[in-house]
Design a binder for this molecule. Sequence first.
Ligand code: G3I
Length: 366
Amino acid sequence: MRRTLPVLLATVIIAAGCLRAPAEEADLNFGYALDPFALASIPQYQAIVANDATMVTVENYMKWGLIHPNPSTYDFTLADQIVATAQANGQQVRGHVLVWHTQLPGWLTNGTWTRDSLLAVMEDHITTVVTHFRDNFPGVVTHWDVVNEAFNPDGSRRDTIFQQVIGDDYIEKAFAFARAADPDISLFYNDFYDDFSLAGETLLTGVPAGPGATPTQSDCAQLPKCAATQAMLTDFVARGVPIDGLGFQAHVLLGQAPDYVELADWVGPLGLEWAATELDVKVLSSLGDNSATRSAHADTFVSVLDDCLESDRCDTVILWGVGDAHSWLPGFTNGLFDYGLIYDDDYLPKLAVVKMFERLEAASVD
Ligand code: G3I
């Protein structure tokens, strides 16, 4: 039976977060990508994270360039602050990200490498980072995004340093190194398959939309990039490469989320999980943050949440930030998009918080 909160009560409860209890009831890993500076300094941010999240991730400070700035130097300071806060809050952490082509340190991108020497560096990096969190925060970092965004829209491999120097098998090697470092964590490949036509890859890099790509395309076979991922994961499972799931980044457009249940319909039969790992809802800045856009914004969040709750292969929804004040969106889209998160610039809740609360409550009493 669906329950709804009286408006006044809802407003009081959600002022500092309210989603954690129903998320726990619904067995959902729910939470946010965090910024350590905001977490250390903004009381409202701290309260929302404590009261909404069962799981958090680190938006930037586990990335190679920031955590491994010199060949023999690791800097865990900021990532540790987030993981320690999560541990104190009784929350789990999703590690993000071990191998990605962005935010790499200069010593790596400007170095001269052979396949063997780059594989050795990648093994050292993955082993050191995974082991650090395994040993210093036992049982807290339960999932890792091992490799991010390895494909182009046309399904070919992205031309990264790892692809160029190591070759196709850099991905399975990365998963093997991660599994060797911690046999108990869930290992995910993490990418995006929607939204190319308006605001994703095309806008950010000029790479044209993939064939068949529209923001709501939900048939994996029609998206060469998704089909290539399916082929890779099918091969991994057949050959016993250690992988547990696929993360859909879910940087979706207002009112135009794909149907993730359909998009992921091949994942379960492989024995894998899927997750919505970087959910936000892009609103055209020109539309503004008003009651009309907030209504559609809330519905779009609920659509993705619904997909995960409906699927017996999804137990994780992570939002890519807490409030609009710290969102990557306006900066990365030259101001075209904004208002992507469920709390506003002042960390006040939007309608999406109420709607997600209601959807989680409904799931918890199913
Ligand atoms: O750390 C430096 C800081 O020292 C410096 O003062 C400051 C000045 O701009 O920059 C800081 O680095 C920035 C970093 O975020 C931390 O704030 C980088 O310039 C900036 O490029 C970086 O952007 C991040 C982006 O990934 C690129 O790595 C975004 O915040 C982050 O939201 C975004 O996240 C990615 C996911 O990891 C993968 N999927 C797509 C998603 C959105 O692009």
